[in-house]
Design a protein around this ligand. Structure first.
Ligand SMILES: [Ca+2]
Ligand SMILES: [Ca+2]
Length: 512
């Protein structure tokens, strides 16, 4: 499997050690980019005469990058552009050492506990869309999101959060900032769209999606763990869900809320009753998307996941096996699977914990849909529903089945399916699997290089974020050791290749 992807070059603030170069594009526009000052990549072809000539001219060879290219430093103060010109006069080709930025690797400190992000190829999806392109709101119809959680507060809408009584007799009443009846809604919200790249806690599937808390449980019925406290049960009802759906359909498309993905990590045995179905149909006809957890009773898919126009989500484990508890049946033919075991997410009061259940599979799918809708806001709910199924990784028996639906969701493929082909053919990207790469667990990281530049003597070069050379890779896989055979440190890395057919680059995280 090889993907053809765009090269991602970023404009970074100018740091010490960098220098700006510019060129005129074909349309005559001046394009400025950043290069490492005082360094060049020089083609010396392992030719001793050329090496001697370059050193005689005052350059210093720092490192052999490949059989063709060497990293060379200029004499002090010499501009990169001047150095390239003077070497050209000696018939020696030199290129600047261009600086590559990393946009899509978040810095959240608990990332290494979130196996589910690499499992659904979120890192690759984020190369294209992190959820900030256009406004999508994930409405969490649940026990309420805690605005006191530091990895959620910045993601929650400042108005529009509501509470509805569990029997639907009162509300929607404003609940701004929202308060939770118990932990569940916050854990669900965190998996979908926790504050990401904030150097704390977890990353959400969608960095940009906003959260709306629609609380349909009574505070007085639940303890913090969603246990019963008064013999009424910490439960809710169809009448409360109907009110929630009716409320949200009035917000969908409002510029304050954008597109709305409603997440229902709730379930009850039995069919989808006609009243609830009619309400969902009406909101769906107005463009909303509904995602619901299949259920945890290892029996038939629960309601509302078994309603038409709802995407049911079953749970998988770290090895893509169906979770023993996951509900199943023909209703799954409308849905997909997502990781639902040991999902490291937000907990109360302001902490994190592992949670299991289809409750945590559904928001992963809601997060992917939010990424897709942000990326392509013009697409319809029915089209996105179609694509999230078709782009899933098929599991179990071939094709859609009653356990995994259309397969385990794959964020990267979902984004690829809705991107313009043109944006993927104009430039090329190396994709790393798995990313993040944990050498102790996975042994090697594999690189996928666009087919059209692959040659028989393909070599890949790995650099750290400072631009320092780390390792040369053959056969498309790397064991995490640098050129001296020492384990490379945790961090962000860049992989580059260049052949006579073209060049490509990619980036990945290494976590020890
Ligand atoms: Ca975070
Ligand atoms: Ca299947």
């Amino acid at each position: 499997m090889r993907f053809i992807l765009p090269l991602f070059l970023l404009s970074l603030p100018l740091f010490a050690g960098m220098e700006n170069l510019s060129y005129l594009s074909s349309s005559g526009k001046k394009i400025t980019y950043q290069v490492e000052s005082g360094k060049l990549i020089v083609r010396l072809d392992s030719d001793e005469k050329k090496k001697a000539a370059v050193e005689k001219a005052g350059y210093k060879i720092i490192e052999r990058l490949s059989d063709m290219h060497y990293l060379v430093s200029c004499s002090t103060g010499l501009k990169v552009s001047s150095a390239i010109d003077s070497l050209a006069k000696m018939s020696i080709k030199a290129s600047p050492n261009k600086i590559y930025g990393i946009k899509s690797l978040p810095n959240d400190t608990a990332l290494s506990s979130q196996y589910y992000l690499s499992k659904i190829s979120a890192y690759s999806a984020w190369e294209y869309e992190t959820g900030f392109n256009s406004l999508v709101t994930i409405a969490v119809i649940d026990s309420g999101i805690s605005a006191a959680h530091s990895d959620l507060s910045s993601k929650i809408h400042s108005s529009g959060n509501v509470s509805i009584s569990a029997n639907g007799l009162s509300g929607p009443a404003a609940n701004d900032p929202p308060t939770p009846a118990c932990y569940h809604g916050s854990a669900v919200a965190g998996a979908a769209a926790a504050a990401t790249n904030n150097a704390a806690g977890i990353a959400g599937v969608s960095w940009g999606a906003k959260l709306l808390s629609v609380k349909i449980f009574n505070d007085s019925d639940c303890d913090i763990s969603c246990g019963d406290v008064n013999s009424n049960g910490c439960v809710t009802s169809d009448s409360a869900i109907i009110k929630a759906v009716s409320y949200l359909k009035g917000l969908h498309g409002n510029p304050l809320y954008g597109k709305i993905v409603a997440n229902l990590s709730l379930g009850g045995a039995g069919p989808c009753d006609s009243a609830l179905q009619a309400e969902i149909n009406d909101a769906y006809s107005k463009g909303m998307i509904f995602v619901a957890s299949a259920g945890n009773d290892s029996s038939l898919v629960n309601s509302p996941a078994n309603c038409a126009n709802v995407i049911p989500v079953s749970a998988t484990d770290e090895n893509d096996s169906l979770s023993w508890f996951s509900s199943r049946g023909d209703a799954m033919l409308n849905g997909v699977a997502a990781p639902g075991e040991n999902i490291y997410t937000c907990a109360l009061p302001n902490t994190y914990a592992n949670d299991s259940g289809t409750s945590f599979s559904a928001p992963i799918v809601s997060g992917v849909l939010a990424l897709m809708w942000s990326y392509k806001p013009a697409l319809s709910n029915s089209y996105l529903t179609e694509i999230i199924k078709k782009s899933a990784d098929d599991l179990g028996e071939r094709g859609p089945d009653s356990l995994f639906g259309w397969g385990r969701v794959n964020a990267f493929r979902s984004i690829l399916f809705i991107s313009d082909n043109s944006s993927f053919s104009s430039s090329k990207k190396i994709t790393a699997f798995p990313s993040p790469f944990s050498p102790s667990k996975d042994g090697v990281i594999n690189f996928y290089v666009p087919q059209e530049i692959v040659t028989s003597e393909m070599k890949l070069y790995i650099y750290d974020f400072n631009g320092d050379f780390i390792a040369e890779v053959k056969n498309f896989s790397w064991n995490g050791k640098n050129a001296s055979g020492i384990d490379a440190a945790s961090g962000a890395y860049i992989v580059l290749t260049k052949t006579d057919k073209g060049k490509a680059s990619g980036k990945f995280l290494l976590l020890r």
